[in-house]
Structures are given as structure tokens and as C-alpha cells.
Design a protein around this ligand. Sequence first.
Ligand code: DGL
Length: 253
Amino acid sequence: MIGIFDSGMGGLTVLSAIREALPSSDVVYFGDTLNAPYGMRTREDLTRLTVEGLQLLQRRGANNIVSACNSVSASLAVSLFDALSLAPQQLIEMVGPTVGYFKGSTAPLVLCATPATIQSGIYQNAFRMIGRDVQSIAIEPLAGAIESGTSNEEIERVIHDSFENVTLEPGSILILACTHYPIVISAFRKVLGEDVTIFDPAFAVAERAEKQFWPQEVGDSRTIFILSKDSAPFRALASKLFPNTKYEVKVLE
Ligand code: DGL
């Protein structure tokens, strides 16, 4: 069974891509809606929440994990593999597959993400390793606004304000390095215009999952969502993205 972890609904964008790549896999998804958003939390907090989230998924039967939250990638230190008895090939996080996708690309790269992701420097370092610079933009309130089902107008205003002083070179690729952001990709397009290419890393992560987890993750297409707090916006997005899928939503007491 594949375990997917995020602070809330953002990982659904990754699950959607994984469903294309590994349609019959069984999935248990944990959205830590009680503690969302993660993107403004300290590194210590994120490490604790990550360990707890991954342990919960392991207890529910996950052997392979996709950490569908960029904000916790910096907390997935090498010591975690021993702490959770996980082998490196049992865990996929967002940064490696995203950066790997741009090997050999020469386009100007712009990355937007939560403050936790940008401040950790994890993307900047990983891009340096492939010889690339990346312009980074932290968008403070966006993931939380998406998680709570804020109106489109307000979402567009937040995006507009965050890019107000940013000049995007022609031919730039904007990387949505927060799994919540593709949920509002049309708002990004509306604010930034059609000339900017927008990249959703979910597809690179799903490709990696297919490489790493097939064929052992051939199953019965079961999907279980576990939430630490009930969330109407989460339920609404799950039914919009997976209209023909039978799934269960369990809320932790
Ligand atoms: N979806 C997560 C990410 O990719 C977390 C966003 C948040 O909870 O602030 O960073």
C-alpha cells in the first residue's frame, strides 16, 4: 500500500497524478488538517509532524511513502530512514523528482513555495547541484487560503500581491513547489498571463513512483483518506478530483 502525506488537500494533486501512473495501487492518504497549514511552521515543528504523520501511515499499512508536501522535505533527513525503518527506495519526496526534471533545461526558472520551503534552502541547493540558479518567491498566506476554501478573488489577490515586484523573463518556467498551488493553477494563469509556462511537479513525482513502486504496488485501487480534523473543502476537492472512485474518509478523534 502507498502512503501519501500532506498537511491537507495539497497532496490530492499528487494522488491524482499517481492514479494515472499506478491506477490499481492501494492508497492510504493522511492529511494533517488539524495542523495545516505547515508552510509557516518552524523546522522543529515540521520534523515532529512529519515523523508522526509517516508513523501513522506505516501503522495503517503503508510500505511505500510519497511525502506530497514540499514544506516537510527538509525534515526528511537521512536519520529518518533508521528512525522509521524505511529504506530510501520506499520514500519519495517532492524536491528530487522536481529538480531532476530540469536537468539539461536552459529556461529561466522561477520557484514559488511556502516560506518554510524557501527558507530551508532545499530547492536552491538542489538546483545548484545541477548547475542552475533559481529565483524563489515565498507566498505566505496562499496554502492556508486554499486549504480553507477561500474565494477565487482573494486567491487571485494573494497571487497578484506576491508577484507584484517580480519580473518574469520571457520564456520563464514557474515551478509550483507547493502541492496546494496546482489546485488554483487557473488563478496563476489569470494573474500572470498565458505567456508564462507553469510546471506542476506532481507528474514528475508520479513518474518516479511508477519507476520505484511498480510492480509491487499493483492492488485493488482502494483509497482511504485519513484526516486529523474534518474538512468540507477537502471532501469537496476529493469528490471533484475522483468522481468515479469509491473511497472512505476517516477522521481521527
Ligand atoms: N502542500 C504543502 C507543500 O507542498 C504544505 C502547504 C502548507 O500546509 O502550508 O508545501
